[in-house]
Design a protein around this ligand. Sequence first.
Ligand SMILES: [Zn+2]
Ligand SMILES: [Zn+2]
Length: 431
Amino acid sequence: MLLIKNGRVIDPASKTDAKLDVLIERDHVVKIAPSISAPNAEVLDASGSVVAPGFIDLHCHLREPGQEISETIESGTKAAARGGFTAVCPMPNTHPVNDNASVTRSILERAAAVSPVHVWPICAASRESKGEQLADIAAMQQAGAVGVSDDGRPIASARLLRQVMEYCGPLGLPVIDHCEDSSLAAGGVMREGPRSVRLGLKGIPAAAESICVGRDVEVAAVTRARLHIAHMSTRASLEHIRDAKRRGLAVTCEVTPHHFTLTDEDVQYDSRFKMNPPLASRDDRAALLEGLADGSVDAIATDHAPHHPASKDVEFDRAPFGITGFETAIALALGELVHTKRISLMRMVELFTTGPARVLGRKISLAEGALADITIFSPDRAWTFRAADSASRSRNTPFDGRNFLGGPLATVVGGRIVWRLEVSAAGKTAI
Ligand SMILES: [Zn+2]
Ligand SMILES: [Zn+2]
């Protein structure tokens, strides 16, 4: 038995926000009440902390199979647990691509052996994600895939997208699209604007994303299937999403912590500022903050994209896109969204829990009888993120050395504490 005592329980499903104890027996929550006593239970003192349903990351790259030099399922999921996530959804752009059931099964077998958190794979929409022929989606769903995407690139044509959506609709699988018009984005390495001109780097216009979002929304209207827009970064894209929601379409979207924190004005000749979509304009960031606050945005997702220094630590032009993200996500959300009073703590928890769960067609809550996947975080602990201490095999983050107020404290998966912050030498940390 595990007893989490004195925490502030925040559960968006029931709108609970109260100081309560949580008692767990084996892998389920058996009681939530004030002042539970259970003499035989292991006690986790959560005084001053928030106790929430397990955080879900809809979008990450674990690099296994094929690029284990950058990350493995083991190292990536350890980083996820340290970041407070109890479930992560790895994208299919591994080598080989997760485009058939044997790859899906091998990922899940590896995860069962080494991962402290749930791994819910996203499978490819097309074979090798080449955008030509449909992948064997039904077989991959049977093997355990929870969504479909050709992430790394968009689903190649409106015609293929329509086929994929017509196929996935009856299966109940969300189609997740990395929206980018490649004819506009080709060769670009950062957002097109005054900063790209000043740095002499080839720009990607904002419209490269929003044109594709517009296309996707129209295809969603034709098929009535579920569409999820990955790492949305522009105001124009958000307008398409709002329009889709007004029309009653099953369209959802996610925003990454780096897009709601940084802008193209932060970009330097340093490949840790190179990601796709690129950091956007100040006005785009303002739009994302509005969308996160007003409910237009459904989830925060990290797009954790580790790269080994040998490939990433090169000239900006030549470096691959992507940054790591698991271990800084909660702290960035607290710092940029909650402490600035843009959103409530309840809304933040929703963006990491019931929001992403809904995208996957699932319901989660922190309630009696529920599976004991629980994230415990401090809303205000002062700490400094050191990339060198990360559990990830890669270090490609622009947030190395950043000071934070608040961050993950403990991660409970299936009733088991899979990670907890070690008490500092000063003994200041409760957990
Ligand atoms: Zn992507
Ligand atoms: Zn991605």
